[in-house]
Each structure stands twice: as C-alpha cells, then as structure tokens.
Design a protein around this ligand. Structure first.
Ligand SMILES: Nc1ncnc2c1ncn2[C@@H]1O[C@H](COP(=O)(O)OP(=O)(O)OP(=O)(O)O)[C@@H](O)[C@H]1O
Ligand SMILES: [Mg+2]
Length: 390
C-alpha cells in the first residue's frame, strides 16, 4: 500500500483515489491515515482539512474523488456541512465519519445523498478502503443514470415538439384540403340541383335514380368535409386557461337538447361543483358531443336516463357522461374515437363519426384521457379526465 499525505494545496491529479478528509480531531485523522496505509494494493492520496470552510476551498479548486466527512466540525453542524459540500460538488461522493452516538444522524445523511457512513469505532483499513471504493462506484452509477434520464427527458421533449408540429401540419393540411374540395363539390351540388329542378322530366326512372344518388352522395361528402374542418379547428385553435364550470355547461346543454326535442322525456342528472381549469369553448364542445351522443343513442329507450358526474374509474378521478341507450360492444370502445368510425346503429342515428374524435382531441389537449364502457342494449358511459395542472 502506498499512501501519500498532503496538505490542502497539493493534491495531484495522478493519484488513484484522492481522498479529502474533513476532520478536526487530530487523533481521529491520524487513525484514518494509519488505516489507509494498511491497505494492500491501493494508492490513496489523502488530504486533510479541519473545517468546512477549508473543505469547500479544496473542493472548488482541486480534483477530489471522495470526501470523508466528520459530522461534528467547529464551523458546521451535522447535516449542514454535508449539504453545503454536496451543493458545491454534487458529483463528489461524501461518506460521513461518525461516532456511535450519532449513527442516526449518519443514516439521515445517507438519505440526504451521502453514499454511506463509517462508524469511527468500527473501522479498519479493509472496511475503509471497501467503503471508499463502493461509494465512488455508486456515485458513478448514479451520475450515469442521472445523465441518461436527462438525455431521455430531452429526447422526449424534442419528440413531443416534433409530434405536435406534425399534428399541427396534418390538421392544417386537412383543413386546406377540405376547403379546396368544397369548391368543386359546391359546383357539383349546384349542377345536380339544376338538373333535378329543370330536367327531371327528360330523364327515365334509372336516370332520375342516378341523379338522386349523386345528390345524396355529394351531401354526405359535404357533411364529411364539415366534420374534417371542425376536427382540424379543434386541433389548431389556441388554448385558454380559465376556470370552467362543467356542471353549468352540462346543465345548459341538456336544456338545449330538450328545447330542440320537446317531445322527448329524458330523466337527467348533473352533479354540482364540477369545475376544472381549461378552455371553456373546447370543453363545451366535448360535452356537447358526449351529451349529444347520450341523447341520440338513448332515443329509442323508453325511460331514457342521462347523467353527468364525477367518479373514480380505472384508478383515476374522472368525469363521466352516462346513458341507458343502445350501447355497444366494448370491443369497439377504442376505435370509436377515430375520425369517421361509426357502428352499425341503424339508419335512425345520423352523424359523421367525428364527435368522439373531437372529444378525444379536446381532452388530450388538456392533458387528459378519455375512455368508454358499454354493453349492447345496456347503455354507455364515457369517462374523461382533466388534470388539475392544466
Ligand atoms: N352514447 C353512445 N351510445 C351508443 N353508441 C355510441 C354512443 N356514443 C357514440 N357511440 C357510437 O360511436 C360512434 C361514433 O360516435 P361519434 O360521436 O364520433 O359519431 P356520431 O355520433 O356517429 O356522429 P357525429 O358525432 O359526427 O354527429 C357512433 O356512431 C356510435 O356508433
Ligand atoms: Mg356524435
């Protein structure tokens, strides 16, 4: 074993393990020096200082592989010294040296970032060198993990930004495409109406049928383009962050549906006090689609019921919109959120299949999730979360 003792100013970079001992007690320091000299096959360069102020100076100006730190120094009490050294050089491992009576303090130090602790009454050269080696290795591993985590976080940030950009570009593309297609479509609709209005008598049964189909097809295409445009608006529009009363919006929407459909009797229930922070206009659009679906798909149920509330589902605090309408097979629960996906619910349910896609976009833009539970003939429940940080 080779041991070189140094004063504060002459730690060399060539040493294998550069140990900084912060110890005000001369006998204790001597003991450490002796123990280190007993170790076979290791080269330790030991520098000793007697106060926290000196230790900070050394750390700031020289290369140190590890600090052995007495927890009772004249100018630093307990963990205070550990903290300031850690702040000064977070990547240099620190191992407190402690008497039996402050073992608890040493344990706390480990929780605060120290790599280990050594009981003064319990060490020998072998223990000392092992603890030093392990502490250095552990610190290196932790640094590596921290570096990888930081790299990963950066990568996620870049990817998220890229995705948002692509998403926005796609929405812009869909928007302009839908706009461009509308023009020739409007012309087609105009000409087929012209034919229907003025030339129907010149056509035989088959001709009339074809013309009616062209007219119906172009109307359908118009609706789909409308859906595409409204979906791209949801993605592209700016987001506000305001206090939003979902209970008030839901009650309002239910009144509107009831007004446009006065013949229907639906038992409705809206929980009070459902407030979130988000974009009121977008959240209204989401609720409009969910309650609109509940209204539409419970139209054939004799005693229709619709409720809007909050609950815990799948381990999350969620809002829900529930109905006792026709429901659907849960197998389709995820695909329903894709644009233009509609289930075969019969001709009496009109729509473009864009409502739930809009709901999903609104919820995702608020950092939340949306999911559904249902069984055919047993109604459906749509859940969504709006995290409070948004
Ligand atoms: N509450 C519900 N009960 C039963 N089925 C539903 C319910 N909500 C949605 N669905 C099913 O999911 C499909 C997609 O819903 P979505 O709201 O996206 O489209 P839509 O209602 O058909 O048309 P749009 O909303 O564009 O007018 C619906 O066609 C229907 O099959
Ligand atoms: Mg809908």
């Amino acid at each position: 074993m080779t041991i070189k003792s140094h004063t504060q100013s002459d730690i060399h970079t060539t040493a294998q393990v550069r140990v900084l001992l912060v110890e005000d007690s001369e006998p204790d320091a001597e003991l450490v020096r002796e123990y280190l000299s007993e170790v076979e096959g290791e080269v330790f360069e030991l520098a000793r200082v007697t106060s926290m102020a000196e230790a900070t100076l050394v750390l700031e100006s020289q290369v140190v592989d590890i600090v052995l730190l007495d927890l009772t120094l004249p100018d630093a009490d307990g963990l205070q010294g550990l903290h300031s050294l850690h702040m000064c050089k977070p990547r240099v491992p620190i191992v407190p040296l402690t008497g039996l009576n402050d073992q608890r303090l040493a344990l706390e130090a480990v929780r605060e970032g120290a790599q280990d602790y050594l009981l003064k009454d319990d060490i020998d050269g072998h223990i000392l060198s092992r603890v030093i080696r392990y502490a250095i290795e552990r610190q290196a591993a932790q640094d590596k993990i921290a570096a990888l985590n930081a790299e990963l976080a950066k990568l996620i940030e870049i990817r998220t930004a890229r995705l948002a950009m692509v998403d926005n570009e796609l929405a812009t593309f869909a928007h302009s495409l839908a706009h461009d297609i509308r023009q020739p479509l409007r012309a087609m609709q105009g000409y087929s109406k012209h034919l229907l209005d003025g030339y129907l008598d010149f056509l035989d049964e088959e001709g009339r049928h074809s013309l009616t189909r062209i007219e119906a097809g172009s109307r359908r295409l118009w609706d789909l383009l409308d859906g595409l445009l409204s979906l791209s608006r949801v993605t592209r529009s700016g987001m506000r962050d305001e206090k939003v009363d979902l209970s008030e919006i839901a009650a309002d929407l239910i009144d509107e549906f009831q007004d446009t459909d006065p013949g229907r009797k639906v038992a409705t229930e809206v929980a009070e006090g459902m407030t979130v922070y988000g974009d009121a206009r977008l959240l209204r659009l989401a609720l409009q689609n969910l309650i609109g679906n509940a209204w539409k798909y419970s139209a054939q149920t004799e005693e229709a019921e619709i409720s809007v509330g909050r609950c815990r589902n799948s381990g999350k605090d969620a809002f829900f919109v529930r109905d006792n309408g026709i429901g659907f097979d849960s197998e389709h629960a995820d695909s329903l959120f894709e644009p233009f996906v509609r289930l075969e619910s019969g001709p009496s349910f009109e729509g473009s299949g864009i409502g739930l896609a809009s709901v999903q976009r609104v919820v995702q833009r608020h950092g939340g999730e949306v999911w559904a539970e249902s069984r055919p003939g047993e109604g459906a429940t749509f859940y969504f979360t709006i995290p409070s940080h948004s």
